[in-house]
Design a protein around this ligand. Structure first.
Ligand SMILES: O=c1ccn([C@@H]2O[C@H](COP(=O)(O)OP(=O)(O)O[C@H]3O[C@@H](CO)[C@H](O)[C@H]3O)[C@@H](O)[C@H]2O)c(=O)[nH]1
Ligand SMILES: [Mn+2]
Length: 369
């Protein structure tokens, strides 16, 4: 299968969102790959701090004061003092694609020693279909030198539109605090040359460190939750967005891929601080995962916003038994989607009519998915 042509005007189609409590010197190393794109920087913590960017980058920068000015009475749904604040950048972007990266992630090298253009690989992942309904054992059938293997149904080879591309990390792996405490010196040195679709009906731990998605297909579901300052939970921001968006992707016939590209994650955050942030989540997720596995989105929900509002109701009803936090989180999910639609009126969904729905959604409309 030929590689899709990466659109030459991609810079008009993609924003790079970076949350930061540090500085952005890391951009110097990414300059060859990032300079042509517009950056959306979410400056977390003290709004009076000055965040400097290397010369020559085109960017917009938002502090907590900007978020409060823009969102008004809905600003409370955007986390403060947590990387979850990055999702504000998804909301204010006007582009088709989003790439989000942490400020301690650098350009990795592949086994041949070549620098990895993570952005290019993510776009290839997003521009080629996914195979959520039937696993291709040779992994990505659209990769150079690969294809669908014998026994793969020909009528299913068009695949599904890809909504999310989840990249990985060399050096410091994205481990939870307990694992990091037990294995403080473990480094990920394994470069696996593969991209694969996460099967329909299977959840996964989405990491926000090196993540791209199609904002038009799944943007409204990419809310990174209520974390950080004043909240009983942290470091489950990307996880929450991953579980919500995967359930919605499965329902709407969209695909999620994981694997290449790799970035080089340079800093291990403090496992003791992380344990305090993650503590409740380690217990709650034993109930949260079955909740997402069991949730049934109605066939009448044919837009992301409709699915998301249904999810918020389910969270309120079924997770409040875990902790009152989930009542607040459900309210925050609704504030998020309201704010998203206010800031993006053109995208505010009338339910996708059959005629406009891509094939996979056709299947949903006809009850085949
Ligand atoms: O209060 C904060 C803390 C951090 N940031 C910015 O967010 C990213 C990630 O921060 P950091 O690299 O310190 O955290 P990690 O533990 O390595 O990140 C992983 O944890 C996930 C949980 O959120 C995160 O997505 C993973 O990548 C950096 O850019 C910090 O500057 C912040 O804005 N506010
Ligand atoms: Mn980090």
């Amino acid at each position: 299968m030929g590689h899709p042509v990466v659109p030459s005007n991609l810079e008009e189609e993609l924003d790079i969102v970076i949350p930061t409590i540090r500085n952005l010197d890391f951009l110097e190393q990414w300059r060859p790959f990032f300079q042509r794109y517009h950056l959306i920087v979410i400056q977390d913590g003290d709004p009076k701090r000055t965040v400097k960017l290397p010369q020559g980058f085109d960017y917009e920068l938002y502090t907590r004061l900007d978020i409060e000015k823009i969102l008004g009475d809905k600003a409370w749904c955007i986390s403060f003092k947590d990387s979850a604040c990055r999702c504000f950048g998804y909301m204010v972007s006007k582009k088709r694609y989003i790439y989000t990266i942490d400020d301690d992630c650098f350009v990795a090298k592949d086994p041949s020693g070549e620098s990895i253009n993570a952005l290019q690989q993510h776009i290839r992942n997003l521009l080629t279909p996914s195979t959520p309904r039937f696993f291709n054992t040779l992994y990505d059938p659209f990769a150079e030198g690969a294809d669908f293997v014998r026994g793969y149904p020909f009528s299913w080879r068009q695949g599904a539109p890809t909504a999310v591309s989840h990249g990985l990390w060399l050096n410091i792996p994205d481990y939870d605090a307990p694992t990091q405490m037990v294995k403080p010196h473990e480094r990920n040195t394994r470069y696996v040359d593969a991209v694969m679709t996460i099967p329909k009906g299977t959840l996964f731990p989405m990491c926000g460190m090196n993540l791209a998605f199609d904002r038009e297909l799944i943007g409204p579901a990419m809310y990174f939750g209520l974390m950080g300052d004043g909240q009983p939970l942290g470091r489950y921001d990307d996880m929450w967005a991953g579980w919500c968006s995967k359930v919605i992707c499965d329902h709407l016939g969209l695909g999620v891929k994981t694997g290449k590209p790799y970035i080089w994650h340079s800093k291990a955050s403090n496992p003791f601080v992380n344990l305090k942030k993650e503590f409740h989540g380690i217990f709650w997720q034993e109930d949260i995962i079955p909740f997402f596995e069991d949730v049934q989105l109605p066939a009448s929900a044919t837009s992301v916003a409709e699915c998301y509002r249904h999810l918020a109701k389910e969270v309120r009803e079924k997770l409040q038994k875990l902790d009152g936090y989930f009542l607040k989180l459900a309210d925050a999910m609704e504030a998020w989607i309201d704010a998203w639609e206010q800031l993006n009126p053109a995208e505010a969904p009338a339910a996708l009519s059959e005629s406009k729905a891509p094939p996979a959604q056709h299947a949903l409309a006809n009850g085949k998915a």
